[in-house]
Design a protein around this ligand. Structure first.
Ligand code: SAM
Length: 397
């Protein structure tokens, strides 16, 4: 449904300032040609000394800062109009999901559903994955007492934060009609590329099912030992009808399509294989957290001046190589018709590989400037990214 911005912001603000029915709101993404102060803002009502205030949590992808304000219409309307492209508002009887298109139109989706309001002030970040869930024991993240093993805590948090980004993106894509509404007859299909011990694969399966999203999940890893171990775990958990594993190279996998492609730390150019697979499989959504980068670094033999001032330091050359790799991947995805964001999905203390490429297929035609920038960067550095070679149909050359 398309409405004027003023109308939808008015409607959303009215829900947000209503102390007895407002549950939460999330502002994320960026409107075309607008800058936002931070990556995401979460709003929720909190009870402080008997009055209901609005708690605003600003997140820049690294840290979250929280402040409480009086819920007034003017401030909330200003906030909604501060450059965010996705606005989700939940109230006790349903939700309102707004997507602002490139042309500045507001597309609104309403859902009737019961949400529970909590005015708890010092709310701890709720865990998505219950540490006593049997799958965490089976995959080796939790021990028999249902406690997360200290050696696996970082992986557990990475998987949780990955899900925290996957779920709202998925819900927004379903609301916007970019992904069909999953049903038992037509579940959401997800492929995890380079799944390894399948912590993320199982977590995605279990969590999405727990929130009522029927799924069919496939994990791909070149190692037969991973496939055998993971299929055995699926059998032990009684879920092998909806999750399965294959021992295959990503580049030659027999998996044909998936609505959603995910990859967490697939090594070096395996990340490029994962992205290329998702593009040719026409995946609607991909969340890819790259791992080590060697491909471009190996090609950075001569720096175009004045970049020699930076690349003469090995450490900086390496970091620049990482940045070039991921920005060229993002650029290629834009050219392939995806809306792309590059975000930090978890604090650097849990993994130095904490960048994520999140892409939603919009089929928007590539802008000439995007192609030109891509070509210019490659020409200046004398590099050809592995991903370009894996996407010959893009015809960049
Ligand atoms: C660093 S591990 C990450 C595993 C898992 N995604 C996680 O985050 O725990 C990378 C995995 O990718 C797999 N892998 C690397 N290259 C691959 C390729 N070309 N095709 C399939 N799997 C690959 C490896 O066998 C390994 O299990």
């Amino acid at each position: 449904m398309s409405k004027s911005l003023e109308e939808v912001f008015g409607e959303a603000s009215a829900h947000i300032i209503e102390p007895t029915t407002f549950v939460r709101a999330v502002l994320s993404g960026r409107r075309r040609n607008m800058q936002t102060d931070c990556e995401r803002i979460d709003l929720r009502p909190v009870s402080i000394k008997g009055t209901v205030q609005l708690q605003l949590s600003h997140s820049d992808g690294r840290a979250t800062t929280t402040k409480n304000i009086e819920p007034d219409l003017f401030t909330v309307s200003e906030l909604l109009n501060s450059g965010y492209a996705h606005i989700l508002v939940e109230h006790i009887d349903g939700s309102l999901s707004i997507r602002i298109t490139k042309s500045g139109e507001a597309q609104v989706h309403y859902e009737s559903k019961e949400f529970k309001q909590s005015l708890d002030h010092d709310k701890k970040k709720a865990r998505l994955l219950d540490s006593s869930d049997p799958f965490l024991l089976e995959v080796g993240i939790a021990d028999h007492k249902g406690s997360i093993k200290p050696s696996k805590n970082d992986k557990y948090l990475q998987v949780e934060e990955f899900l925290r980004l996957l779920v709202p993106t998925l819900e927004a894509a379903i609301s916007a009609g970019q992904i069909h509404k999953p049903t038992d007859a037509k579940p959401l299909t997800i492929v995890d590329l380079g799944c390894g011990h399948a912590y993320l694969t199982f977590a995605t399966h279990q969590y999405l099912r727990a929130i009522g999203i029927p799924v069919q999940v496939t994990g791909i890893d070149v190692r037969t030992s991973s496939r055998d171990r993971n299929n055995k775990i699926a059998q032990n958990l009684g879920i092998s009808e909806t999750i399965n594993f294959r021992a295959e190279e990503i580049a030659s996998t027999t998996a044909q399509t998936a609505d959603v492609a995910i990859a967490l730390h697939a090594c070096d150019t395996a990340t490029d294989d994962a992205i290329a697979w998702a593009v040719s499989a026409q995946s609607k959504l991909m969340l890819i957290a790259p791992c080590c980068h060697h491909d471009i670094q190996r090609q950075m033999n001569e720096s175009p001046e004045p970049w020699g001032a930076l690349t003469k330091f090995g450490l900086m050359k390496e970091r620049l190589g990482d940045l070039l790799t991921d920005s060229l991947r993002a650029q290629l995805l834009r050219i392939a018709g995806y809306r792309v964001e590059v975000i930090e999905f978890i604090g650097g203390e849990h993994t130095p590989r904490n960048m994520m490429i999140r892409a939603v297929k919009t089929d928007a035609k590539a802008e000439a400037i995007d192609i030109q920038r891509y070509r210019d960067i490659c020409a200046q550095w004398g590099i050809t990214p592995a991903l370009e070679k894996k996407l010959p149909r893009l015809n960049i050359g």
